[in-house]
Write a protein that binds this ligand. Structure first.
Ligand SMILES: Nc1ncnc2c1ncn2[C@@H]1O[C@H](COP(=O)(O)OP(=O)(O)OP(=O)(O)O)[C@@H](O)[C@H]1O
Length: 353
Protein backbone atom coordinates (compact mmCIF):
# COMPACT_ATOMS: atom_id res chain seq x y z
CA UNK A 1 0.00 0.00 0.00
CA UNK A 2 1.32 3.41 -0.90
CA UNK A 3 1.00 6.11 1.73
CA UNK A 4 0.57 9.52 0.18
CA UNK A 5 -1.21 12.79 0.63
CA UNK A 6 -4.23 14.18 -1.11
CA UNK A 7 -3.80 16.88 -3.61
CA UNK A 8 -5.53 15.53 -6.66
CA UNK A 9 -2.51 13.93 -8.30
CA UNK A 10 -0.78 10.72 -7.48
CA UNK A 11 2.45 11.17 -5.60
CA UNK A 12 3.50 7.61 -6.32
CA UNK A 13 5.27 8.46 -9.60
CA UNK A 14 8.65 10.17 -9.16
CA UNK A 15 8.62 11.37 -12.80
CA UNK A 16 5.34 13.19 -12.32
CA UNK A 17 6.58 14.67 -9.05
CA UNK A 18 9.70 16.07 -10.64
CA UNK A 19 7.65 18.03 -13.14
CA UNK A 20 5.34 19.45 -10.53
CA UNK A 21 5.96 22.52 -8.36
CA UNK A 22 7.22 21.84 -4.84
CA UNK A 23 4.94 21.32 -1.85
CA UNK A 24 4.74 24.53 0.21
CA UNK A 25 2.37 23.55 3.00
CA UNK A 26 1.71 20.07 4.25
CA UNK A 27 -0.53 18.54 6.86
CA UNK A 28 0.63 15.12 7.94
CA UNK A 29 -1.97 13.19 9.97
CA UNK A 30 -3.02 16.36 11.82
CA UNK A 31 -5.67 16.39 14.56
CA UNK A 32 -6.80 19.39 16.57
CA UNK A 33 -8.47 18.93 19.98
CA UNK A 34 -10.41 21.41 22.07
CA UNK A 35 -10.29 19.92 25.53
CA UNK A 36 -11.43 16.33 25.01
CA UNK A 37 -13.24 17.14 21.74
CA UNK A 38 -11.65 16.56 18.35
CA UNK A 39 -12.43 19.28 15.78
CA UNK A 40 -10.01 18.03 13.09
CA UNK A 41 -9.34 14.31 12.87
CA UNK A 42 -6.16 12.99 11.26
CA UNK A 43 -6.09 15.06 8.10
CA UNK A 44 -3.24 14.79 5.59
CA UNK A 45 -2.90 16.98 2.54
CA UNK A 46 -0.25 18.72 0.48
CA UNK A 47 -0.53 22.15 -1.09
CA UNK A 48 1.86 22.88 -3.93
CA UNK A 49 3.29 26.17 -5.06
CA UNK A 50 0.84 27.87 -7.42
CA UNK A 51 -2.22 25.89 -6.34
CA UNK A 52 -5.57 27.55 -5.83
CA UNK A 53 -6.76 25.20 -3.15
CA UNK A 54 -10.26 25.15 -1.67
CA UNK A 55 -11.05 23.75 1.77
CA UNK A 56 -14.78 23.17 1.53
CA UNK A 57 -17.58 21.91 3.76
CA UNK A 58 -20.56 23.02 5.81
CA UNK A 59 -20.23 25.30 8.81
CA UNK A 60 -18.67 23.53 11.79
CA UNK A 61 -16.81 20.89 9.75
CA UNK A 62 -13.40 22.13 10.94
CA UNK A 63 -12.22 24.24 8.00
CA UNK A 64 -11.21 27.29 10.05
CA UNK A 65 -9.57 25.14 12.70
CA UNK A 66 -7.56 23.43 9.95
CA UNK A 67 -6.52 26.83 8.58
CA UNK A 68 -5.37 27.93 12.03
CA UNK A 69 -3.36 24.71 12.27
CA UNK A 70 -1.72 25.58 8.92
CA UNK A 71 -0.62 28.88 10.46
CA UNK A 72 0.52 27.32 13.74
CA UNK A 73 -2.02 29.43 15.62
CA UNK A 74 -4.76 27.14 16.90
CA UNK A 75 -6.52 29.26 19.56
CA UNK A 76 -6.26 27.97 23.16
CA UNK A 77 -7.50 25.70 24.63
CA UNK A 78 -7.17 24.02 21.24
CA UNK A 79 -4.00 22.17 20.32
CA UNK A 80 -2.55 20.02 17.55
CA UNK A 81 -2.77 16.61 19.20
CA UNK A 82 -1.47 14.33 16.42
CA UNK A 83 0.69 14.78 13.35
CA UNK A 84 2.68 17.65 12.01
CA UNK A 85 2.26 20.79 9.89
CA UNK A 86 5.18 21.62 7.59
CA UNK A 87 5.94 24.82 5.70
CA UNK A 88 8.53 24.21 2.97
CA UNK A 89 9.62 20.98 4.68
CA UNK A 90 10.04 22.64 8.10
CA UNK A 91 7.86 21.48 10.95
CA UNK A 92 5.99 24.35 12.57
CA UNK A 93 6.63 22.79 15.96
CA UNK A 94 10.39 23.19 15.40
CA UNK A 95 10.00 26.95 14.83
CA UNK A 96 10.59 29.51 17.58
CA UNK A 97 7.85 32.04 18.36
CA UNK A 98 9.63 34.74 16.35
CA UNK A 99 10.10 32.38 13.37
CA UNK A 100 6.40 31.53 13.51
CA UNK A 101 5.50 35.22 13.63
CA UNK A 102 7.74 35.91 10.65
CA UNK A 103 6.20 33.00 8.74
CA UNK A 104 2.69 34.35 9.38
CA UNK A 105 3.62 37.87 8.36
CA UNK A 106 5.83 37.25 5.38
CA UNK A 107 5.29 33.68 4.13
CA UNK A 108 1.73 32.52 4.80
CA UNK A 109 -0.53 35.53 5.11
CA UNK A 110 -4.14 35.21 6.19
CA UNK A 111 -7.19 37.31 5.37
CA UNK A 112 -9.60 36.48 8.17
CA UNK A 113 -13.33 36.07 7.73
CA UNK A 114 -13.82 39.25 9.71
CA UNK A 115 -11.41 41.12 7.40
CA UNK A 116 -13.89 43.92 7.65
CA UNK A 117 -12.62 44.52 11.19
CA UNK A 118 -8.93 44.02 10.42
CA UNK A 119 -8.12 47.72 10.40
CA UNK A 120 -7.77 50.42 12.99
CA UNK A 121 -10.72 52.72 12.21
CA UNK A 122 -9.04 55.91 13.46
CA UNK A 123 -5.74 55.56 11.58
CA UNK A 124 -5.31 56.08 7.82
CA UNK A 125 -4.54 52.98 5.74
CA UNK A 126 -1.23 54.61 4.79
CA UNK A 127 -0.13 54.85 8.43
CA UNK A 128 -1.13 51.22 8.99
CA UNK A 129 0.96 50.17 5.98
CA UNK A 130 3.92 52.12 7.38
CA UNK A 131 3.54 50.30 10.72
CA UNK A 132 3.71 46.95 8.96
CA UNK A 133 6.75 48.05 6.92
CA UNK A 134 8.52 49.34 10.05
CA UNK A 135 7.86 46.05 11.86
CA UNK A 136 9.47 44.10 8.99
CA UNK A 137 12.52 46.12 7.95
CA UNK A 138 14.15 43.33 5.94
CA UNK A 139 11.61 43.16 3.13
CA UNK A 140 12.22 46.52 1.39
CA UNK A 141 15.30 48.76 1.23
CA UNK A 142 13.26 51.87 1.98
CA UNK A 143 9.77 52.74 3.21
CA UNK A 144 9.13 54.36 -0.17
CA UNK A 145 9.88 51.09 -1.96
CA UNK A 146 7.33 49.37 0.30
CA UNK A 147 4.80 52.09 -0.35
CA UNK A 148 5.31 51.80 -4.12
CA UNK A 149 4.64 48.08 -3.92
CA UNK A 150 1.52 48.66 -1.82
CA UNK A 151 0.27 51.17 -4.42
CA UNK A 152 0.88 48.55 -7.12
CA UNK A 153 -1.14 46.01 -5.10
CA UNK A 154 -3.95 48.54 -4.64
CA UNK A 155 -4.09 48.96 -8.42
CA UNK A 156 -4.19 45.17 -8.79
CA UNK A 157 -7.23 45.06 -6.49
CA UNK A 158 -8.67 47.76 -8.77
CA UNK A 159 -8.69 50.68 -6.35
CA UNK A 160 -7.12 54.15 -6.38
CA UNK A 161 -3.83 54.21 -4.41
CA UNK A 162 -4.12 57.87 -3.38
CA UNK A 163 -7.67 57.46 -2.06
CA UNK A 164 -6.78 54.30 -0.14
CA UNK A 165 -3.51 55.61 1.30
CA UNK A 166 -5.19 58.65 2.83
CA UNK A 167 -8.49 56.92 3.59
CA UNK A 168 -10.01 55.43 6.72
CA UNK A 169 -11.46 51.93 6.74
CA UNK A 170 -14.72 53.23 8.23
CA UNK A 171 -15.47 55.12 4.99
CA UNK A 172 -15.03 52.04 2.76
CA UNK A 173 -17.74 49.64 1.62
CA UNK A 174 -17.50 45.95 2.59
CA UNK A 175 -16.14 45.02 -0.85
CA UNK A 176 -13.48 47.75 -0.69
CA UNK A 177 -12.39 46.70 2.80
CA UNK A 178 -11.99 43.13 1.62
CA UNK A 179 -9.86 44.24 -1.36
CA UNK A 180 -7.68 46.48 0.82
CA UNK A 181 -7.30 43.60 3.32
CA UNK A 182 -6.12 41.36 0.45
CA UNK A 183 -3.60 44.00 -0.71
CA UNK A 184 -2.33 44.46 2.85
CA UNK A 185 -1.97 40.68 3.26
CA UNK A 186 0.28 40.65 0.16
CA UNK A 187 2.45 43.59 1.26
CA UNK A 188 5.35 41.47 2.53
CA UNK A 189 5.28 39.25 -0.59
CA UNK A 190 4.10 36.01 1.04
CA UNK A 191 4.25 32.80 -0.99
CA UNK A 192 0.84 31.70 0.34
CA UNK A 193 -2.36 33.71 0.76
CA UNK A 194 -4.95 32.05 3.00
CA UNK A 195 -8.49 33.44 2.92
CA UNK A 196 -11.36 32.47 5.21
CA UNK A 197 -14.72 32.78 3.37
CA UNK A 198 -13.38 35.51 1.02
CA UNK A 199 -16.75 36.40 -0.51
CA UNK A 200 -19.33 35.38 2.10
CA UNK A 201 -20.21 38.79 3.50
CA UNK A 202 -20.29 40.56 0.12
CA UNK A 203 -23.02 41.47 -2.34
CA UNK A 204 -23.12 39.64 -5.70
CA UNK A 205 -21.18 42.28 -7.67
CA UNK A 206 -18.42 42.52 -5.07
CA UNK A 207 -18.22 38.72 -4.95
CA UNK A 208 -17.66 38.60 -8.69
CA UNK A 209 -14.99 41.29 -8.48
CA UNK A 210 -13.12 39.59 -5.63
CA UNK A 211 -13.08 36.29 -7.58
CA UNK A 212 -11.67 38.07 -10.67
CA UNK A 213 -9.10 39.89 -8.56
CA UNK A 214 -7.92 36.70 -6.82
CA UNK A 215 -7.48 34.99 -10.19
CA UNK A 216 -5.54 37.99 -11.42
CA UNK A 217 -3.28 38.10 -8.36
CA UNK A 218 -2.62 34.39 -8.72
CA UNK A 219 -1.61 34.81 -12.34
CA UNK A 220 0.48 37.96 -11.96
CA UNK A 221 2.18 37.31 -8.63
CA UNK A 222 2.27 33.50 -8.76
CA UNK A 223 0.99 33.44 -5.19
CA UNK A 224 -0.42 30.16 -3.87
CA UNK A 225 -4.01 30.65 -2.73
CA UNK A 226 -5.83 28.59 -0.12
CA UNK A 227 -9.41 29.52 0.62
CA UNK A 228 -12.00 28.22 3.03
CA UNK A 229 -15.61 28.15 1.96
CA UNK A 230 -18.99 26.53 2.50
CA UNK A 231 -19.98 27.68 -1.01
CA UNK A 232 -19.45 25.12 -3.78
CA UNK A 233 -20.29 27.74 -6.39
CA UNK A 234 -17.20 29.67 -5.30
CA UNK A 235 -15.15 26.45 -5.38
CA UNK A 236 -16.28 25.82 -8.95
CA UNK A 237 -15.33 29.37 -10.01
CA UNK A 238 -11.98 29.72 -8.35
CA UNK A 239 -10.28 26.51 -7.23
CA UNK A 240 -8.11 24.11 -9.16
CA UNK A 241 -7.83 21.68 -6.27
CA UNK A 242 -10.33 20.88 -3.56
CA UNK A 243 -10.42 19.15 -0.19
CA UNK A 244 -13.88 18.55 1.27
CA UNK A 245 -14.23 18.18 5.03
CA UNK A 246 -17.11 16.67 6.94
CA UNK A 247 -17.32 16.68 10.75
CA UNK A 248 -13.57 17.15 11.13
CA UNK A 249 -12.55 14.53 8.55
CA UNK A 250 -11.33 14.79 5.01
CA UNK A 251 -13.95 12.95 2.92
CA UNK A 252 -12.85 13.75 -0.63
CA UNK A 253 -9.90 15.48 -2.31
CA UNK A 254 -8.83 15.97 -5.89
CA UNK A 255 -8.71 18.36 -8.79
CA UNK A 256 -11.72 20.54 -9.53
CA UNK A 257 -12.69 18.29 -12.44
CA UNK A 258 -12.43 15.17 -10.32
CA UNK A 259 -14.62 16.67 -7.61
CA UNK A 260 -17.30 17.99 -9.95
CA UNK A 261 -17.25 15.68 -12.96
CA UNK A 262 -15.83 12.31 -11.94
CA UNK A 263 -18.63 9.76 -11.60
CA UNK A 264 -16.90 8.44 -8.48
CA UNK A 265 -17.93 10.94 -5.84
CA UNK A 266 -18.50 11.02 -2.09
CA UNK A 267 -22.25 11.11 -1.25
CA UNK A 268 -21.64 14.19 0.96
CA UNK A 269 -20.08 16.05 -1.98
CA UNK A 270 -22.99 14.91 -4.14
CA UNK A 271 -25.39 16.35 -1.57
CA UNK A 272 -23.42 19.62 -1.33
CA UNK A 273 -23.50 20.03 -5.11
CA UNK A 274 -27.23 19.39 -5.22
CA UNK A 275 -27.76 21.99 -2.52
CA UNK A 276 -26.15 24.81 -4.54
CA UNK A 277 -28.34 26.43 -7.20
CA UNK A 278 -25.64 27.93 -9.42
CA UNK A 279 -23.62 24.70 -9.54
CA UNK A 280 -26.67 22.54 -9.94
CA UNK A 281 -27.89 24.86 -12.70
CA UNK A 282 -31.57 24.40 -11.95
CA UNK A 283 -33.17 26.12 -8.98
CA UNK A 284 -36.12 23.70 -9.16
CA UNK A 285 -33.77 20.85 -8.25
CA UNK A 286 -32.15 22.37 -5.16
CA UNK A 287 -32.14 19.77 -2.44
CA UNK A 288 -31.05 20.87 1.04
CA UNK A 289 -29.10 18.20 2.90
CA UNK A 290 -31.40 16.71 5.55
CA UNK A 291 -30.21 16.63 9.16
CA UNK A 292 -27.15 18.38 10.53
CA UNK A 293 -23.44 17.93 11.12
CA UNK A 294 -23.02 15.87 14.32
CA UNK A 295 -21.59 17.82 17.25
CA UNK A 296 -18.07 17.06 18.45
CA UNK A 297 -19.45 15.53 21.63
CA UNK A 298 -21.65 12.99 19.81
CA UNK A 299 -19.54 11.78 16.88
CA UNK A 300 -20.85 8.50 15.45
CA UNK A 301 -18.52 5.49 15.55
CA UNK A 302 -18.53 4.64 11.84
CA UNK A 303 -18.82 7.04 8.92
CA UNK A 304 -19.76 10.47 10.27
CA UNK A 305 -22.03 11.13 7.31
CA UNK A 306 -23.94 7.85 7.62
CA UNK A 307 -26.89 9.40 9.49
CA UNK A 308 -27.59 11.72 6.52
CA UNK A 309 -26.43 9.46 3.72
CA UNK A 310 -28.76 7.88 1.15
CA UNK A 311 -26.22 5.12 0.46
CA UNK A 312 -25.57 4.15 4.09
CA UNK A 313 -25.43 0.46 4.92
CA UNK A 314 -24.94 -1.39 8.19
CA UNK A 315 -21.11 -1.36 7.93
CA UNK A 316 -21.12 2.44 7.46
CA UNK A 317 -22.55 2.82 10.96
CA UNK A 318 -19.91 0.49 12.38
CA UNK A 319 -16.62 1.12 10.59
CA UNK A 320 -15.08 4.47 9.70
CA UNK A 321 -14.22 4.29 5.97
CA UNK A 322 -10.55 4.89 5.05
CA UNK A 323 -9.60 7.43 2.39
CA UNK A 324 -8.80 5.53 -0.79
CA UNK A 325 -7.41 7.09 -3.94
CA UNK A 326 -7.55 6.11 -7.61
CA UNK A 327 -4.37 6.10 -9.74
CA UNK A 328 -4.65 9.88 -10.29
CA UNK A 329 -4.77 10.54 -6.57
CA UNK A 330 -8.49 11.37 -6.41
CA UNK A 331 -9.33 10.31 -2.87
CA UNK A 332 -12.66 9.38 -1.31
CA UNK A 333 -13.61 8.03 2.11
CA UNK A 334 -16.76 5.97 1.47
CA UNK A 335 -17.23 2.19 1.74
CA UNK A 336 -19.99 2.03 -0.86
CA UNK A 337 -18.48 4.33 -3.50
CA UNK A 338 -15.04 2.76 -3.20
CA UNK A 339 -16.47 -0.75 -3.54
CA UNK A 340 -17.99 0.25 -6.86
CA UNK A 341 -14.77 1.79 -8.22
CA UNK A 342 -13.46 0.39 -11.48
CA UNK A 343 -9.80 1.18 -10.61
CA UNK A 344 -7.41 -0.27 -8.08
CA UNK A 345 -7.53 1.93 -5.04
CA UNK A 346 -4.68 2.80 -2.72
CA UNK A 347 -4.94 3.56 0.97
CA UNK A 348 -3.91 7.19 0.83
CA UNK A 349 -3.56 7.68 4.53
CA UNK A 350 -3.06 4.86 6.95
CA UNK A 351 -4.67 5.87 10.16
CA UNK A 352 -4.25 3.67 13.21
CA UNK A 353 -7.51 3.68 15.13
N1 LIG B 1 -12.12 27.85 20.46
C1 LIG B 1 -12.88 26.77 20.36
N2 LIG B 1 -13.27 26.09 21.47
C2 LIG B 1 -14.02 24.97 21.40
N3 LIG B 1 -14.47 24.43 20.22
C3 LIG B 1 -14.13 25.06 19.10
C4 LIG B 1 -13.34 26.25 19.08
N4 LIG B 1 -13.17 26.63 17.79
C5 LIG B 1 -13.83 25.73 17.03
N5 LIG B 1 -14.40 24.79 17.82
C6 LIG B 1 -15.22 23.66 17.36
O1 LIG B 1 -14.54 22.99 16.32
C7 LIG B 1 -15.45 22.56 15.32
C8 LIG B 1 -15.02 23.08 13.97
O2 LIG B 1 -15.18 24.49 13.94
P1 LIG B 1 -14.61 25.37 12.73
O3 LIG B 1 -14.87 26.80 13.07
O4 LIG B 1 -13.22 24.97 12.45
O5 LIG B 1 -15.52 24.91 11.54
P2 LIG B 1 -15.75 25.61 10.15
O6 LIG B 1 -15.98 24.50 9.20
O7 LIG B 1 -14.66 26.56 9.86
O8 LIG B 1 -17.09 26.39 10.40
P3 LIG B 1 -17.43 27.93 10.18
O9 LIG B 1 -17.50 28.10 8.70
O10 LIG B 1 -18.75 28.07 10.88
O11 LIG B 1 -16.31 28.71 10.84
C9 LIG B 1 -16.83 23.07 15.75
O12 LIG B 1 -17.55 22.02 16.35
C10 LIG B 1 -16.52 24.14 16.75
O13 LIG B 1 -17.53 24.24 17.71
Amino acid sequence: MTVHHFEGHSMSSPEIDQERPPVVLELDDVSVDFGGLRAVDRVSLSIRQGDIYALAGESGCGKSTLAYALLGMVPPPGKVSTGEVRFKDRSLTSMSRSELNRMRAADVSMVFQAAMNAFNPVVTIGKQVEHVLDAHPGVYRTRQEGRNYFDELIRLVRLDPEVIWNGYESRFSGGMKQRVAIALALLLKPSVLLLDEPTTALDILSQRLVIDILRDLHERLGVTIIFITHDLALVAELADRVAVMYAGKLVEAGTLDEIFYDHRRHPYVNALIRAVPSVNGDTELIKPIPGRVPSLAEMPVGCRFALRCPLAEERCREVDPPLLSDPNGHGIACHVVNDQADHDLDAAVEVPR
